[in-house]
Design a protein around this ligand. Structure first.
Ligand code: MTE
Ligand code: QUE
Ligand code: MOS
Length: 824
């Protein structure tokens, strides 16, 4: 296990890392600006371009008709690249302005007049339901006999939960630069999590075969899911201008435009009916999930599917039905955001658990532990029929309860809250311990594949190209470490190359936390093919005196050439990543040859304690002179995924990443202000490739989730325009919001062999642990007299305003009721 820093850290801190807009301008480069809709739903009567076209520096203005094909979409091709005749959300792109300078393009944009004829807009999930405005059909996953079990359960309760969206707030806005090349080819540099899709959308939009478009991604300044699908149209806009003008074209959205135009985390409004016994054990659950997909499908149906598959979270629910429906509204098309649908499914079941505890007057932790997945009594099969293997949830609950001193703190909090309730203090405290079980794999089976190209140069240094994109998460650092360890060389010898579709084609997005799992496995497989050849060569050359080695003699041709093949190796050791022996032992070895500290060591039968050895670099050079390939390519696919979308049954995931968190908060009775006082996280991340990077991911994901559940509120006006489109009106967590007391521990787990080297994916799962902050806020309010009978149902996020509403409902009664209007 390593704790090496991120491979770009030294450049990030010195401002030397190159992002899209850091690329120097080429001669003739033009700047592109996007004119977007100011109306949520309207017919476009007329676009008046005259004044803008005459503005100095303007080179061209392009509309829908300029695209060869104007429709795109990751799952359904339902979205126009540029709106044609009708707009369906505020921020929908209508026209592209190409100009000599940024200023010129911006001013020209302001000179364009669009005449709209307003149409009725659907601006809430309720309105969409009433109008039957849906995206795709409703889906259902069901086990057991829900209605009967609900009826016969000793207790029942029902409720609803309102979950709002969140902005990705990546630091680098959506950006692309397109270069026209010979014969009409386009090279596009994009800030994209999905170079292959970006390549395809550009090619389709411009009417080019895929072979004539190369998409290159060096890195992103954050993606968080927001650049999985929605980077593609931005690249297509730059590419269209490059094609039309035959000049390089740069498009960099401003923060404000980015926030207005791009989709967010899907809002959800879910209903539930749950039946449980006197102890609090859930007997039956019926949940209906409704999401706001925005105006176009984007990834919303897959997000809904993941929400449905996470509505159990850590809990076994014998009779369970979950129905999901994506609503079509007139907002920006909502999209992937760290956790995908997971956080919305998990928020719902955690709310349900809280309500059960409140109804029975018990500590929610007791209810959580009672319902937790366990192999005892067969309570380890999910509602979609997958067995929860290597389940460490019970252990996580027990250990964290102890290490975070949950019981003692609960008692202390009760005493303090008694003071607040009697008026001698104005601060309430709350505590909550929640868990996460996050399924790792794309639920769309064909996405679970990757390929990698590994090149060893004659000085022994290595270049690796995969389909993974670097967005700060450290996928490059991890893959280079995996490769370096396999070859027994230092990570500094391994260079990760920019992701490019002419080296790695047909790739999946870097998403679903699977970047290292998939691309790391492909890279390791490619390395192993080379390593098998080098191992055989090492054995053979070490039999010959050095004076006769090819690097001295090959030019003369005096020595016979050594031929190696990997035919002699147990085939599946090289080709089948899931031959257990390989993943378990970690680093592969062929013929007993080991690669270590820059040396290659061969067993010595005459003197076993004194292995024969050659330096890695010398062996590589030797291989070249024997005409042995020093490059290889491999493809990897996750085996054993059997989830059937039509029946809603089967193994949807390769394994689960699990964790738990205890959060303690204080709530100001007068202002509703929330402070997160302390957080204790315990996670099972298997055996991390790099523990430092994993801890960074846990920290970042948790804090990002904290923003979603507390302060990040997307205010829209009554006409569907986003008002919170800058950091002054949209409050992400700052350093001041970081819990003063923040502990992260990893569970030592040597039992997980599901995945490459026993590692586990980390990118998204810890975000869901931030729900413990949201439930802790509720916990603080539960002792108030008005919440004796019913649970204090707050929206998510529980903003200061939302908390204040819950603290003094009567004062807010004459204002818009919670959940009915998002206008400020
Ligand atoms: N970490 C940083 N620093 N920046 C990001 O944009 N995206 C998250 C997570 N961690 C993100 C991040 C999301 S949404 C995903 S799916 C994973 O990283 C993707 O990368 P991985 O599969 O390599 O973990
Ligand atoms: C998690 C994800 C994704 C997902 C499923 C997950 C994701 C994604 C897709 C997807 C689905 C259908 C398609 C497609 C992509 O599914 O990111 O191109 O046709 O893009 O469980 O993160
Ligand atoms: Mo992450 S939401 O899967 O890009």
């Amino acid at each position: 296990m390593s704790t090496l820093p991120h491979d770009s850290a030294h450049n990030h801190v010195r401002g030397l890392s190159e992002f899209i807009d850091d690329r120097p301008a080429l001669r003739g480069e033009v700047f592109v600006e996007v004119l977007f809709s100011r109306q949520a739903h309207a017919r476009i009567r007329d676009i008046e371009l005259g004044r803008a076209l005459k503005h100095p520096g303007v080179l061209g203005i392009y509309t829908a008709k300029d695209f060869h094909h104007n429709l795109w979409g990751t799952i359904f091709k339902d979205q126009p690249l540029l709106a044609d005749q009708e707009v369906n959300f505020v921020g929908e792109a209508i026209a592209l302005i190409a100009a000599e300078t940024r200023d010129s393009a911006r001013v020209a944009r302001s000179l364009i007049r669009v005449a709209y004829e307003a149409l009725p807009a659907i601006l809430s999930i309720d309105q969409a339901k009433a109008a039957q405005s849906f995206i795709a059909g409703s889906r259902k996953i069901e086990r057991g006999n829900v209605e009967t079990a609900l009826k016969s359960a000793p207790h029942q309760l029902q409720g609803n939960i309102i979950i709002r969206g969140a902005d990705h707030f990546y630091l680098e806005s959506q950006a692309a630069i397109a270069y026209p090349k010979e014969d009409g080819q386009i090279e596009v540099h994009s800030s994209s999590q999905h170079p292959t899709e970006t390549q395809h959308v550009v090619a389709h939009g411009l009417g080019l075969p895929y072979r004539d478009v190369v998409c290159i991604v060096k890195r992103m300044g954050g993606g968080f899911g927001g650049k999985e699908s929605q980077a593609a149209p931005i690249a297509a806009y730059a590419a269209l201008v490059a094609q039309k003008l035959n000049r390089p074209a740069r498009l960099i959205l401003t923060k404000d435009d980015d926030m207005i135009m791009t989709g967010k985390r899907n809002p959800f409004e879910n209903q539930y009916r749950v039946g449980f016994d006197d102890e609090g054990k859930i007997v039956a659950l019926d949940v209906e999930l409704f999401s706001d997909g925005g105006a176009y499908a984007d990834l919303s149906t897959s997000i809904m599917e993941r929400a449905m598959l996470h509505s159990d979270n850590a809990y076994f629910i014998p009779h369970m039905r979950v129905v999901g429906q994506v609503c079509r509204t007139h907002y920006h098309p909502h999209t992937a955001f760290r956790g995908f649908g997971g956080p919305k499914g998990v928020a719902t079941i955690e709310r349900i658990i809280e309500e059960i505890a409140h109804a029975l007057g018990k500590d929610p932790l007791e209810i959580r532990k009672l319902n937790c997945y366990t192999a005892i009594g067969g309570r380890d099969i999910t509602h979609y029929g997958q067995k929860v293997e290597n389940n460490c949830l019970p252990e996580l609950f027990e250990r964290l309860e102890t290490s975070s001193q949950y019981k003692a703190r609960r008692a202390r909090i009760q005493k303090q809250n008694a003071k607040a309730l009697s008026g001698s203090s104005r601060l309430l405290r709350g505590i909550s311990l929640t868990a996460v079980k996050f399924g790792i794999s794309f639920t769309t089976r064909f996405l679970n594949q990757a390929n990698a190209l590994v090149i060893i140069h004659r000085d022994g240094s290595v270049q690796v190209s995969t389909g993974a994109t670097e967005m700060g998460q450290g996928v490059n650092a991890r893959i280079s470490e995996l490769v370096a360890q396999e070859l027994g060389i230092s990570r500094d010898e391994v260079r990760m190359m920019a992701t490019a579709t002419d080296k790695n084609a047909n790739t999946s997005p870097t998403a679903a936390s699977s970047g290292t799992d998939l691309n790391g496995a492909a890279a390791v497989l490619a390395v192993r093919k080379i390593k098998a050849r080098l191992s055989e060569l090492a054995i053979q050359v070490l039999k010959i005196p050095e004076s006769r080695w090819a690097r001295h003699t090959a030019g003369l041709g005096t020595e016979p050439e050594i031929e190696v093949s990997i035919e002699g190796f147990e085939k599946d050791k090289v080709n089948d990543p899931n031959a257990d022996a390989i993943w378990e032992t970690g680093i592969a070895s062929y013929h007993g040859v080991t690669f270590k500290d820059g040396m290659v060591l061969c067993p010595n039968l005459d003197d076993p304690s004194n292995p024969k050895q050659v330096s890695f670099a010398a062996l590589v050079n030797e291989a070249y002179h024997h005409r042995i390939s020093l490059s290889d390519y491999a493809h990897y696919r996750i085996p054993g995924l059997s989830f059937n979308k039509l029946t809603g049954r089967g193994d949807a995931f390769m394994y689960f990443t699990q964790g738990a968190a205890t959060s303690e908060v204080s709530v100001d009775l007068d202002t509703g202000e929330v402070k997160v006082l302390s957080v204790d996280i315990l996670m099972d991340l298997g055996r991390p490739v790099n523990e430092a990077l994993d801890l960074g991911q846990v920290t970042g994901a948790f804090i990002q989730g904290m923003g979603w559940v507390t302060t990040e509120k997307l205010h829209y006006n009554k006409d569907g325009a986003l008002l919170a489109y800058s950091p002054s009106t949209y409050k992400i967590p700052s350093i001041q919001d970081t819990p003063r007391d923040f502990k992260i521990e990893l569970l030592a787990n040597d039992r997980n062999f599901a995945n490459l080297r026993g590692t586990k994916a980390v990118g998204e799962p810890p975000l869901l642990l931030s729900l413990s902050v949201w439930t802790a806020i509720h916990d603080a309010l539960k002792g108030l007299p008005e919440y004796k009978e019913h649970y204090p149902r707050m929206e998510l996020p529980a903003t200061q305003e939302e908390v204040l509403r819950a603290l003094m409902p009567e004062k807010f009664a004459r204002l818009a009721p919670s959940g009915k209007s998002s206008a400020p």
